[in-house]
Write a protein that binds this ligand. Structure first.
Ligand code: E4P
Length: 218
């Protein structure tokens, strides 16, 4: 399972990269705004800064909602850096743009996916990644993991190469459960990765080992 971090915060990206387990980054317009990144040039520069930190795919989302606008913006994003993945919304225009970019060999991430039918369409359009939003479904008492399982079954039935990128991850158990189901990638905040380190028995066990060593080596 690949680990992506879902943020535009450069310090968090550096910390995850330093841990040695990071495979990529996803961003979205809300995450860019949260970091105070605005204005086209600043936004484009920020994507390049992210690419220079991480070894792996970096999803950059288009703002246009019409086909021509998505193509223009997507091409500009893809030209920025070889690690850029063009992130497109799950709309009719987005699916058409996804097909255009996949035919050209440009990587794509179809985002805002909330149903198995949408995921099937994204795969048919040749998406590199499909992003079902697990946490947002759970937030409205709908089983997000069940959706990821459905998509896994459909993709396996037809050997679709589109990778399931479990998005809107909120905590460590989302990560573990996605791994059990067979999601190809997860994207979440830094805490969803570093939280995997935690177990009180690890801390107690280490303290005991160090105390016993100290007794015999004074
Ligand atoms: C996906 O690529 C999105 O950036 C993201 O995972 C959304 O997560 P949220 O529901 O925590 O905003």
């Amino acid at each position: 399972m690949k680990f992506f971090i879902d943020t535009a915060n450069l310090n968090d990206i550096r910390e995850a990269q330093a841990l040695g387990v990071l495979d990529g980054v996803t961003t979205n317009p809300s995450l860019m705004a949260k970091e105070g990144i605005s204005g086209k040039n600043n936004i484009l520069k920020h994507y390049v800064d992210i690419c220079n930190i991480v070894d792996g795919d970096v999803s950059a989302e288009v703002i246009a909602v019409d086909y021509d606008g998505m193509i223009k913006e997507g091409e500009e994003l893809a030209d920025l850096h070889p690690q850029i993945v063009v992130k497109l919304p799950m709309t009719k225009e987005g699916v058409k743009a996804c097909k255009y970019f996949s035919d050209k060999g440009v990587k794509t991430n179809v985002t805002l996916v909330f149903s198995a039918g949408q995921a099937l369409l994204a795969a048919k359009a040749g998406a590199t990644y499909v992003s079902p939003f697990l946490g947002r479904l759970d937030d409205c008492s709908t089983d997000g993991l069940a959706l990821i399982q459905e998509i896994r079954d459909i993709y396996d039935n037809y050997a679709f190469e589109t990778q399931i990128l479990a998005a809107s991850i909120r905590h460590t158990m989302h990560v573990v459960n996605c791994a059990k189901i067979g999601a190809d990638v997860m994207t979440g905040p830094l805490s969803s990765i570093t939280g995997l380190l935690k177990h009180p028995l690890t801390d107690i066990g280490l303290a005991q080992f160090l105390a016993d060593y100290a007794k015999g080596n004074q």
